[in-house]
Design a protein around this ligand. Structure first.
Ligand code: FAD
Length: 289
């Protein structure tokens, strides 16, 4: 973890683009709560194949206008170079300086993979098209990507994104800090020297967490699963236990040199803020262990 310790810790919150005016209002409330903590940036997800394109742009520009740097996610799967160029130009013109560059997953029913196949090609494309204008974030998988040929191949593929010009990485969420430490150490041994920021998913609901984790290859350790199962429909206990487990993991991550945290908020402020407060992170002077 020596390389990671040299980076200033940074904190960010991720949103998805709401589908309805009521959803936008809810996001606005969450945004206001979280903005008071002075995060380094917000980010807004993007539906692969461009399915949320307009809503992502609209949400990014709205948040950006309210004074906190906002990073659109951009995925290349199912998209054309022309479309991606136009999005990059639009973002640049509106003062966006950070992009989360992803491959994405082809939505079911969509057959055309698009002109770029992997995220490293997208990073290369952004660098060719926009030079060094954007700070490029990429995805990292401490428990490995579900489609990876092998752990080794996945690490080498992650390195390709850095070699193509990525500035930093955000990880898939995990509930086992050792998976992150081991991943980072392997990256460091391979000479990768960018911040690898843990992605943090607060635990608020058991069944949706299990469904989502199965899809994205994030493991819920047995002891956590069993305890959550035992709470049944008791949401209060699930959330209390989840808050404790995730706060403890975040504390360990920061203590051992993780360069900040990125919260998957699912457009709710409270679960992330509870963890934030438990960690004693203040708005102005974020903790340095
Ligand atoms: P890649 O880095 O391209 O990797 C995908 C797979 O291909 C891996 O198995 C890798 O080992 C392999 N691979 C990579 N490069 C090569 C290569 N050159 N040759 C051969 N094999 C290769 N999805 C969305 O749709 N919208 C979002 O907004 C979104 N945001 C995300 C944010 C974060 C922080 C994370 C961690 C994930 C996010 N995702 C999002 C999910 C992501 O799109 C999926 O996990 C997707 O399956 C992989 O995207 P990637 O950018 O990691 O792909």
């Amino acid at each position: 973890m020596n390389t990671q310790k040299q980076f200033r810790p940074r904190y960010s919150f991720e949103f998805f683009p709401p589908k309805t005016p009521a959803g936008m209002e809810k996001l606005q409330t969450a945004r206001d709560e979280l903005a008071r903590r002075k995060p380094d940036f917000f980010s807004v997800t993007y539906g692969a194949g461009g399915s949320t394109q307009e809503r992502t742009i609209e949400t990014v520009l709205k948040l950006q206008d309210q004074g906190i740097s906002t990073a659109p996610h951009l995925s290349c799967v199912g998209s054309t170079l022309e479309n991606m160029s136009s999005l990059l130009d639009q973002y640049k013109e509106k003062g966006v300086t950070r992009i989360v560059a992803l491959r994405g997953d082809l939505p079911s029913g969509m057959v055309s993979a698009g002109e770029l196949r992997y995220a490293n090609e997208l990073v290369e494309f952004i660098r060719d098209h926009s030079g060094n204008h954007f700070n490029i974030e990429v995805a990292a998988y401490p428990e490995f990507h579900p489609q990876a040929e092998s752990a080794e191949a996945d690490l080498l593929n992650f390195k390709k994104k850095i070699d193509a010009g990525a500035n930093s990485a955000i990880t898939q969420y995990f509930y086992n800090a050792d998976a992150y430490f081991y991943f980072v150490e392997r990256c460091e041994k391979m000479g990768m020297d960018i911040p690898i920021v843990p992605g943090i998913m607060p635990i608020t609901n058991y069944s949706s967490l299990v469904r989502f984790s199965n899809m994205c290859g994030a493991e819920i350790p047995r002891w956590i699963k069993k305890q959550l199962e035992a709470y049944g429909d008791d949401l209060n206990s699930i959330q209390k236990f989840g808050e404790e487990v995730v706060s403890n993991m975040c504390e360990k991550l920061l203590q051992q040199g993780a360069p900040g945290l990125h919260f998957y908020t699912l457009n709710q402020a409270e679960p992330s803020l509870k963890i934030w407060n438990n960690l004693g992170l203040s708005g102005d002077d974020k903790i340095r262990f």
